[in-house]
Design a protein around this ligand. Structure first.
Ligand SMILES: [Zn+2]
Ligand SMILES: [Zn+2]
Length: 247
């Protein structure tokens, strides 16, 4: 039996469900109406480095930055986030991370690809998506790298290359949770390095670093530095969810 018919039969037996609450929905890999409205998608004016929503109206061709990004050197040039890490946004990230909910990857990658489109419009040359790597010990414990799944899905939707093994995490760093801003950066410094074939895959290209959550940006910084050390022409950052301070 071929694709579309098979799909239809499967959906008769297993009707598509909302990825957040499990209610029946019309489309596969989506959210039901109420869950959609509860999910804090980022729209409108955003910080051009981390994607956090800003107050005000977007002006064509003018980049705005949040206070966080003005106060620290970001080793990447532009960034976007699909969701605010709060409420339903946070719940969805935790489901992906800790409940092995691989069915979430497709809709999440779709949201992230949408958020990344403005970055790609301004990119020159070939763009390659690179996930933030996990240390092998954490990979063993968790069995999969959620950032790699997202990077692959984003790359497919944007029609760009993906180099999941370009970067390597050489130190098993303690959880960032509960650490202050400076301690987070110190904890991650030098923890991510170019992999064996990084130069071959990244040199001269625009690298889109992909991660699930951005808090301080310490992890993204470590990955962006490693991409730059591999000869990347430019580095962009893309996350599923951005932790935003309460205004
Ligand atoms: Zn729902
Ligand atoms: Zn920012």
């Amino acid at each position: 039996m071929q694709g579309p018919l098979m799909k239809e039969l499967i959906s008769l037996v297993y009707p598509p469900r909302c990825v957040a609450c499990g209610e029946q929905v019309l489309d596969e890999g989506g959210l039901c109406g109420p869950c959609w409205r509860q999910t804090p998608f980022i729209t409108g004016l955003v910080c051009d480095l981390c994607g956090v929503p800003l107050i005000g109206a977007a002006e064509e061709g003018v980049a705005e930055y949040c206070d966080d990004c003005l106060g620290v050197l970001r080793p990447w040039s532009r960034g976007r986030a699909a969701l605010v890490y709060a409420g339903q946004g946070r719940r969805l990230v935790l489901k992906l991370k800790h409940e092995d909910r691989h069915d979430l990857v497709a809709p999440m990658a779709h949201w992230m690809a949408q958020a990344a489109r403005p970055l790609l419009q301004g990119a020159s040359g070939e763009v390659v998506a690179v996930p933030v790597p996990l240390h092998w010990r954490r990979l063993m414990a968790r069995r999969f790298n959620q950032s790699a799944l997202l990077a692959r899905g984003v790359a497919r939707r944007l029609g760009i290359a993906c180099a999941p093994a370009a970067l390597r995490r050489i130190r098993h760093t303690a959880e960032q949770e509960g650490r202050g801003h400076d301690a987070r950066f110190a904890n991650l410094a030098g923890a991510i390095v170019p992999g064996r074939r990084a130069r071959e895959r990244l040199a001269g290209r625009t690298v889109l670093i992909v991660d699930d959550v951005m808090t301080s940006g310490a992890t993204l910084s470590a990955a962006a530095e490693a991409a730059r050390a591999s000869g990347a022409r430019e580095v962009f950052a893309l996350v599923l969810a951005r932790v935003a301070k309460a205004p």
